[in-house]
Design a protein around this ligand. Structure first.
Ligand SMILES: [Zn+2]
Length: 264
């Protein structure tokens, strides 16, 4: 039996920082596992003994030769290569009450530190079973106003690069789950505002930030296209929009790679 797989990935162009390296391997084992930097990665069956690993590459990864460890009938070491990619700069001005997100006070810093392990645990979730085998649909129909990987400067201060896709939309616009999965977080955070994480299995996680309302609870199984909340402007957001992000093997990657019709 051949399973439907995530098939939208451009094997020749996505093995870049912030992308997905697709690495073929062969084993007679029925349930092989594979690891990159000691973290389990997404594997999908192709045909007979042919399997593929989908490896999320960190935005700050050094380019060059890397190694995938496959544990099947025996252990295999498989080399693959990360190519360079240039991401553009983006300069953002925060004014008025939004300035608190640039230099949080002591109480806000305490909150940020308290929230950090919850967010780390969420993106490190690894469920052995894939909960979805399909490519993602778009979470909203609006236009993308900020792409993945932009090197960001807030009021001329360098900050972390942009780690998702921003979709513009009116407050209250419904947001749909991009694929089937299980809700692992539905909560409000300092920077992220109202936030939902969905586990799609095998380390593939989607997240939705700055929502106005959250309409789901942790533990709930939702299907592709189910409404999980609405567009808002909560947390560090200079206008109403959805920030949509994707994690793979704990690494934040460019969601465009997994969305069926891409996102321009
Ligand atoms: Zn964003």
């Amino acid at each position: 039996m051949s399973l439907p797989v995530l098939s939208n990935i451009d094997i020749n162009n996505t093995a870049i920082p912030g992308g997905i390296a697709v690495v073929d391997f062969y084993t007679k084992h029925k349930h092989p596992t594979a690891f990159y930097s000691n973290v389990p990665v997404y594997v999908q069956h192709q045909k007979d003994t042919h399997w593929q690993a989908l490896i999320g590459i960190p935005l700050l990864a050094k380019i060059g030769d890397k190694q995938l460890i496959v544990k099947g009938v025996s252990e295999q070491k498989i080399a693959f290569n990360i190519k360079p990619h240039h991401y553009k700069e983006q300069r953002i001005t925060l004014t008025g009450k939004n300035k608190k997100y640039l230099n949080p006070n002591l109480k806000q810093r305490d909150r940020i530190i308290r929230e950090r392990p919850i967010l780390t645990a969420a993106r490190s979730t690894f469920s052995a079973q894939a909960l979805s085998h399909s490519n993602f649909i778009r979470p909203v129909s609006g236009i993308t106003t900020s792409t993945f990987g932009l090197k960001r400067f807030y009021n001329n201060q360098a900050r972390r690069p942009h780690t998702g896709l921003d979709y513009a939309g009116k407050i209250g616009t419904p947001i749909q789950a991009v694929a089937r999965g299980k809700i692992i977080v539905s909560d409000k955070f300092f920077f992220n505002g109202n936030t939902v994480f969905i586990d799609h299995g095998q380390g593939l996680i989607s997240l939705y930030l700055h929502m106005n309302e959250r309409l789901v609870k942790p533990g709930q199984i939702i299907n592709q296209g189910d409404i999980i909340g609405t567009i808002g402007q909560t947390g560090r957001a200079t206008g109403p929009h959805l920030h949509f992000g994707v994690y793979l093997n704990t690494v934040v990657i460019n969601p465009t790679i997994l969305i069926k019709d891409g996102a321009k």
